[in-house]
Write a protein that binds this ligand. Structure first.
Ligand SMILES: *Cc1c(COP(=O)(O)O)cnc(C)c1O
Length: 444
């Protein structure tokens, strides 16, 4: 009943490709911590431990990881001035940015899920073939002999770009044959970067869904091929969830409290839904019901919102709502959500909002000019979150019904910037120019 009425309220905007905020009828405090058995706390900690086991090897394979000892980490930084520029008033909490746009090797949030899945696959194969011993040193995997063994296996993936970058670069670095199926909307520089690393790039005329389907079909015919399935993979979700204990450490180090009177709002750009779902799920485990996650999607590609509004057992596409799936936010250009991610999130998600491409560019420029952050358009989707929550009637109504408005002055807002490190200078200059051409709208 409740969800039907909240569907009615966003439906006209959704259909008209206008920005909107949908809030979940579920109260997160009522949701059981572990709603689905697909990932559990043990899996989250296992992923974190796997990254630790591989760290010495990764430090050897990637010069850029030497300083961190092979850790794939990105900082949580304060962004109060940017918060004010985005319309967050003095009594409405503080804005912070989780800078996954700086994640090394992949240059995006895909470093968490995508790289985890490649490492898990490498570990399984290498243990099977006796290249490493359980609990032992993984650095022998860098030797030519070990790489020659892994060379017989293929790792494949279908991607709009960033997942392909993370999987392709890591798989090739470990010696695997790597094949990335790219959709037509994937950026040329991403294809170039992969080819330079020895990754085979297969271009598909259609969109993301078709690239994934084609890659999946080809991989099924080859027993030596592991296909990383963005729509169904547990290993990806598990890798993303490992961001949660890391964020909890960053929050503690920054002296940020998260409890009943200090709510945390997290704004996560959403494509197929795996990355934000893995992270949101992990945060619920680690920080309890005081963290409220909102997913951010382009107005023309709101697949997760469409799935949240859908009748049980159905799997609609954004095209069913008359939308095009066309957006400059290539990391978010996905017509149909992951059902795995959607089911995991249904009881836990606070809400979903949509953003116009022009706003993405304006916020990309603002993030650069006010906070010195260099991000890609997809990664700017989180920055509409504070305005959507505190500056719209829907957002304020939700805060009231959740009893959160009284705690807003002590709230923390985290915009998760999901990519950008490897965007070429010329491309980035074009983004900035486009974002500066129009001043940001007053709110949202
Ligand atoms: C992939 C990606 C996302 C979203 O991840 P999904 O798992 O597809 O939801 C967000 N931002 C960027 C930059 C990405 O590459």
């Amino acid at each position: 009943m409740v969800s039907a009425s909240s569907c009615d309220s966003v439906a006209p905007s959704l259909r008209a490709a206008q920005p909107c905020l949908w809030t979940s009828p579920h109260h997160p405090a009522e949701a059981p911590a572990a709603t689905a058995a697909v990932v559990d706390a043990a899996a989250m900690h296992a992923a974190a431990a796997r990254f630790e086991r591989f760290a010495p090897l990764l430090a050897e394979l990637f010069p850029e990881l030497q300083a961190s000892g092979g850790q794939l980490t990105a900082p949580l930084v304060p962004a109060h001035a940017l918060g004010a520029a985005l319309g967050l008033g003095p009594g409405q909490g503080a804005l912070w940015v989780q800078c996954d746009h700086l994640l090394p090797v992949a240059g995006s949030i895909k470093a968490r899920g995508g790289i985890h899945e490649v490492l898990e696959h490498a570990e399984t194969r290498a243990l099977e073939r006796g290249l490493i011993a359980p609990g032992g040193d993984y650095r022998p995997l860098a030797t030519p002999a070990a790489r020659a063994v892994l060379r017989r296996y293929q790792v494949a993936v279908g991607s709009t770009g960033n997942l392909g970058l993370s999987i392709g670069v890591m798989a090739a670095a470990l010696g695997f044959r790597a094949v990335v199926h790219m959709s037509a909307d994937a950026k040329d520089w991403k294809k170039e970067r992969l080819r330079l690393r020895g990754v085979e790039v297969v271009e598909h005329a259609g969109d993301y869904e078709q690239a994934v389907a084609a890659g999946r079909a080809l991989a099924q015919q080859d027993p030596m091929c592991h296909f990383v399935d963005d729509e169904r993979s547990l290993s990806l979700l598990q890798g993303y969830s490992a961001a949660a204990p890391a964020l909890a450490r960053s929050l503690a180090a920054a002296g940020i409290t998260v409890d009943a009177t200090h709510p945390l709002f997290v704004y996560l750009p959403c494509g197929v839904g795996g990355a934000p779902a893995g992270i949101a799920w992990g945060l619920r485990q680690v920080l309890g019901p005081y963290v409220h996650c909102f997913f951010a999607e382009p107005v023309q590609a709101p697949c997760f919102l469409v799935q949240m509004l859908a009748a049980p057992g159905t799997h609609p596409s954004v095209r069913d709502w008359g939308l095009t799936n066309q957006t400059e936010a290539d990391g978010l250009a996905v017509p149909r959500a992951s059902l795995l991610a959607a089911e995991l999130m249904r009881p836990l998600l606070a809400g979903v909002y949509t953003v116009q491409d022009e706003t993405l560019f304006q916020h990309l420029a603002l993030a650069h000019d006010v906070a010195g952050l260099r991000i890609e358009p997809s990664a700017a989707a989180g920055f509409s979150g504070p305005g959507m929550l505190t500056g719209t009637p829907q957002g304020r109504a939700w805060l009231r019904t959740q009893g959160l408005d009284a705690h807003l002055p002590r709230a923390t807002h985290i915009a998760w910037t999901t990519g950008g490190l490897f965007v070429p200078e010329s491309e980035y200059a074009r983004f900035l120019h486009r974002g500066r051409a129009q001043p940001p709208a007053a709110s949202a």
